[in-house]
Each structure stands twice: as structure tokens, then as C-alpha cells.
Design a protein around this ligand. Sequence first.
Ligand code: SAH
Length: 248
Amino acid sequence: MDLPRIFTVRESSHRIHNPFTPGKLAALGRALRLEPGTRVLDLASGSGEMLCTWARDHGVTGTGVDISTVFTEQARARAVELGVADRVSFVHGDAAGHVADEPVDLAACVGATWIGDGLAGTVELLGRSLRPGGLMLVGEPYWRREAPDEETAVACHAGAKADFLPLPELVERFGTLGYDVVEMVLADQDSWDRYRAAQWLNLRRWLDGNPEDELAAEVRAELTTEPVRYTRYQREYLGWGVFALMGR
Ligand code: SAH
């Protein structure tokens, strides 16, 4: 059980595996007015940057669960580096169906709503770990501009146009799931570049160092096509944000 290796090659330099800069992640942490001791569950926690920096900056405690052994190791190392290893822990495992033993104050899934088979299922899953009145965080893409056709949607890594909503409809959707949207921080094109464009140098450097690797052909093909695909489609059409929710 692990994340395919191509992800760790592509995102080898990333601490945040999403179109958020450190500044946006910090802005979200401040916006939530987190109290010291806030108990957090982070499903698909990646390299743990959210939990580790919020433990440092706001005194939160908590657990991250992620399927990637590489990212989980990086998260543990980051906790030590930031001096918060006594407050946060990282579990390697499948987050699908993961429910906290004790209800938490903040339950998050930032950029991995497939773990609950989509938005509704992920909100339901997080809700099972959340204390009444707690905060939920969901990171999710939306259509920044309407995709003119299915080809555009697929080029944005959507399965189909219908996989994502425009921003107002996404916000409305949280309401129909029974939640108030109480805060949000959105990616912008520059923060998307820090996520996507930063991958290209990772790919190139890895390729130069590993020309005989079994992944080399795949990495070469991706580096050849990806900058054009991203600038033509994803950068223009796809938005992304983290939405803070409270049950109605
Ligand atoms: N929330 C993190 C990571 C987002 S990237 C951040 O913002 O940086 C998506 C993450 O989902 C990756 O770390 C990947 O390893 C993880 N993932 C994918 N499928 C998973 C699953 N079934 N269970 C747990 N983690 C999963």
C-alpha cells in the first residue's frame, strides 16, 4: 500500500502538495483563529506541512494519515525540524474510512476527496470524527472559468466537466450537505505555479540523474507535454480552494 513512485519524483521538492503557498497555508491557519490545544485530524496529510506549521504557530495537536510512506517520513522529519514532534504524529495508512478514536475539534481533508468517493462522502467521513460545533476543512478544485468542452475538462485532470462545480455552486453544495461555509482561502494562478511549475524542475533534475530508471520514459513524456498542458488548460480553467465548514 503506497503512493505510486511517480508522485514522489514529481513532487520531490514540495512540502505542500497542493496549489497553496506557505503564505496561503499560514493565512488559512490565522483565519481559523485556532486555539492552542485544538485537536486536529488530517486525512491525506501528505508531508505534514499543515499540521506541523500550525502546531508551531498556533499550538494545535493532532494526527495525520497518509498512504505515502515517503511523504509520511517527510512529515515526521518536519515535525522534528519544527520542534513539534510531541504534538503531532503521522500514521501511514489508507484514510478511506478512517475515523478518529476520540472526536476532534478540526477534521481536514485538503486535496484528496477521492478518499470518500467524492465531496459528499468525504464530508460525511470527516463528520464522523468531528465533535459537535467543530470545524471541517475541505480542499477541492472548482471551475475558475467554465470549461468549453470535455477535452478541456480532461486536460485539467478532471474525469469529466461534471466532476467539478463553479465556485458559487461549490459553496452552495456545502450548504446542501448541511454545512455553513465559515471561511475560505483560494489558490490563485501564482500559487498554482508554485505547485505545478515547481514540478518541472523536479522532473528534469530527476531525469538527468536517473536516465536508465524504469520511470524515465514516463517522466520524459510528462516533462515534454506538461508545461503546455498546464498553461493552456489547468492554469486558466481550474481553481482550487480550502473551505472551512461548520455543521448547521
Ligand atoms: N493534504 C496534503 C497532501 C495533498 S496531496 C497537502 O495539502 O500537502 C494528496 C495526498 O493524498 C498525497 O499525500 C497522497 O499520498 C494521499 N493519498 C492518496 N490516496 C490516499 C488514501 N487512500 N489514504 C490516505 N492518503 C491518500
